[in-house]
Write a protein that binds this ligand. Structure first.
Ligand code: BES
Ligand code: MN
Ligand code: MN
Length: 451
């Protein structure tokens, strides 16, 4: 019955998602503030249409949070669905083959910013909920919390969660904002990395100088910054910040073995990224490097003249944005502190260094022995005819550890994206197949969870 409902309504489901994708709800860009609100209002409307009894647009100091619920019986269990309607900036726009906020379908995939991360994914939950309410199949209580600041650190959501504990009372959190191994090999994410995101500013002389008149006699902050950054890794690909690995949870031999059972093809990995070789911490496989090891990466670096042609200048300042991905049991505040101290300490006297923490979050691992995890696993078995493999993803959803801490709730990460969906990149896309089978799998999750 559910299958038929999805099939006969699939065009409308897609049309509605496209309307959401047309709203450029870029949370990082203040020019899009009213678009972000527009997306929130659209989600409110769609939750109401789908059958939620109470839907609210909750104001915060930043972008609003959409809250909705349908309580059918207070004695029944409650699932709290989390998602985010904000998206990453679309730039560089010239690398998109179609406009980022004008969704188009090519080869069965929806191309648009947010199609996979996370509009296409949280929208599956609204449609699964609609199907269950319209077919009178809803068998437990459902709450929705869809925020608009995930891509900028969820600061106001933390406050909202702390201040609304009874409103958010539930038995489990359900999130679709991660990826599957592939459409042939379903998986459930059981680990996410944490994050410490820093910005550094290196200042040399008090103004840009003629690079011939002064070059070689005054420290060039861009040269200095490059050298400092290069020193943050050793020859084995390990981060050199003292204490960085102190709290890292080393996996047991069995855990490592289990993790590496997931299919991984090095050749297609390299081919897909057009790289001749991979790179990383010595002694670990690619799956271990992204899922279980902490890392440090420059996300952006600038300074001096970057315009057209050449300008001979010795810059006064150079900057970099540097992120560290963290694993259990590293603490992002501690790592931020360690980074700051270390970065200051390696600066030569010829420059001044300023280090700022932009945002961060804790890593998370979710249990595989819970009723909710088993229900998710059974849902995949029924719909995909395959047992899902537990995986650890390299990305971060900092709010997951906060849910555990503040609400005492575990999360099930039932994501339906693919690593190749180009989230945060030009030409982000999401398979229509993923979208539709995701809805079916979610409905099936509820069936087993309520049993
Ligand atoms: N949905 C992603 C996180 C993700 C992607 C987890 C793929 C697992 C697999 C989320 O929207 C995201 O991009 N998070 C940010 C962190 C945030 C604090 C900006 C990230 O991971 O960079
Ligand atoms: Mn996301
Ligand atoms: Mn994201």
């Amino acid at each position: 019955m559910i299958k038929e409902y999805i099939q006969s309504n699939q065009q409308r489901f897609l049309d509605e998602l496209f309307e959401l994708l047309r709203i450029p709800s870029v949370s990082a860009d203040s020019k899009h503030k009213s678009d972000v609100r527009k997306a929130a209002e659209y989600v409110v409307k769609k939750l109401q249409d789908a059958g939620a009894d109470t839907v609210e647009l909750c104001e915060t100091k930043g972008h609003p949070i959409v809250y909705g619920e349908k309580i059918i019986d207070a004695k029944l269990p409650t699932v709290l669905v989390y998602g985010h309607y904000d998206v990453q900036p679309a730039d560089p726009i010239n690398l998109w083959t179609s406009p980022p906020f004008e969704p188009v379908v090519k080869d069965g995939k929806i191309y648009a910013r947010g199609s996979c991360d996370d509009k296409g994914q949280f929208y599956m939950h609204i449609k699964a909920f609609e199907a269950m309410t319209k077919l009178n199949q809803l068998s437990c209580n459902v709450k929705f919390m869809i925020e608009g600041e995930e891509e900028v650190g969820s600061d106001n959501l933390s406050t909202f969660v702390k201040e609304n504990k009874s409103k958010l009372k539930a038995d489990v959190i359900l999130i679709s904002d991660t990826s599957l191994i592939s459409l042939d090999t379903p998986s459930i994410t059981v680990g996410l990395r944490g994050l410490s995101y820093m910005e550094v500013e290196v200042t040399g002389p008090n103004r840009d100088l003629h690079s011939g008149v002064y070059g070689g006699a005054v420290a060039n902050p861009a040269n200095v910054l490059s050298k400092m950054i290069a020193s943050l890794h050793d020859e084995n690909g390990r981060v050199t910040i003292p204490g960085f690995y102190d709290k890292v949870d080393e996996l047991t031999a069995e855990e490592r073995k289990a993790l590496n059972l997931a299919p991984f093809n090095l050749d297609s990995y390299k081919k897909e990224l057009d790289i001749a070789d991979i790179h990383g911490e010595k002694g670990y496989t690619t799956l271990e490097r992204t899922g279980t090891r902490p890392t440090l990466d420059v996300n952006g670096i600038w300074g001096g003249y970057t315009g057209e042609g050449a300008k001979t200048v010795l810059p006064s300042k150079a900057y970099a944005k540097i992120s560290m991905r963290l694993v259990p049991h590293q603490n992002n505040h501690e790592i931020t502190e360690l980074f700051t101290k270390h970065f200051q300490s390696i600066a030569p006297k010829s420059v001044k260094v300023k280090v700022t923490a932009l945002h961060g979050g804790e890593p998370a691992v979710t249990p595989t022995d819970s009723k909710a995890f088993r229900a998710a696993s059974k849902a995949f078995e029924e719909v995909w005819s395959k047992t899902p493999i537990p995986t650890r993803d390299g990305g971060s959803i900092p709010i997951v550890s906060l849910f555990k801490k503040e609400l005492g709730l575990d999360t099930v990460l039932m994501g339906f994206g693919l690593d190749s969906d180009a989230i945060h990149s030009p030409n982000e896309h999401y398979g229509i197949k993923n979208f539709l089978i995701g809805i079916e799998t979610i409905v099936t999750f509820y069936k087993y969870y309520s049993k």
